[in-house]
Design a protein around this ligand. Structure first.
Ligand code: SF4
Length: 168
């Protein structure tokens, strides 16, 4: 179940990590790219034209990146929208993708925290948050939502409190 929840399915994604996100030329990326701008190596079918040579050509950062399933979720929500021709819709798609990235990262952190030796009450809270985060990540929302922002803030505060308990 977790594998399915967190597995990226690039075959069902509009190349969002290669478009929505920015990166800077470094030892992980070979050129500068602005957020919202398709990478120069992204093909029309959303495949990477240098996929087999990413490391060799200095794009190890691409190889290491994992959207945890945010890409196919955002793409599914916008499948019937004309985001290719309408930049306003494309901006909404990219914003939703960015929020889904955070939701999936939070979701994974809350799942991983199941192994922590903390009081049962904290695990109850963790499960409640996990449910909320999962509901937001699996919703059909087309826009970054205030509800998702709120649950992300709650999750961040909870993880901080867990770290404090573990450090005590
Ligand atoms: S190099 Fe390939 S994987 Fe990296 S951003 Fe460009 S198209 Fe995507």
């Amino acid at each position: 179940m977790d594998e399915i929840v967190f597995s990226a399915d690039c075959s069902k994604c509009f190349g969002l990590c290669c478009t929505a996100l920015s990166f800077e030329r470094s030892n992980r990326f070979g050129h500068d790219k602005l957020a919202g701008q398709p990478c120069q190596y992204l093909a029309d079918d959303f495949r990477c034209r240098i996929h087999e040579r990413l490391e060799d050509l200095g794009y190890g950062g691409c190889d290491a990146f994992d959207c945890l399933g945010a890409g196919q979720r955002a793409s599914a929500a916008f499948a019937t929208e004309n985001w290719r021709r309408d930049t306003a819709i494309a901006r909404r798609l990219h914003a939703r993708f960015s929020q889904l990235l955070l939701l999936q990262e939070m979701r994974q952190a809350l799942v991983t925290a199941a192994n922590l030796d903390v009081p049962a009450e904290l695990h109850q809270r963790r499960l409640g948050l996990l449910q909320r985060v999962g509901d937001e990540a699996d919703s059909d929302d087309k826009d970054a939502t205030g509800a998702a922002q709120a649950v992300l803030a709650d999750g961040k505060a909870f993880l901080k409190s867990l770290a404090a308990v573990l450090a005590a």
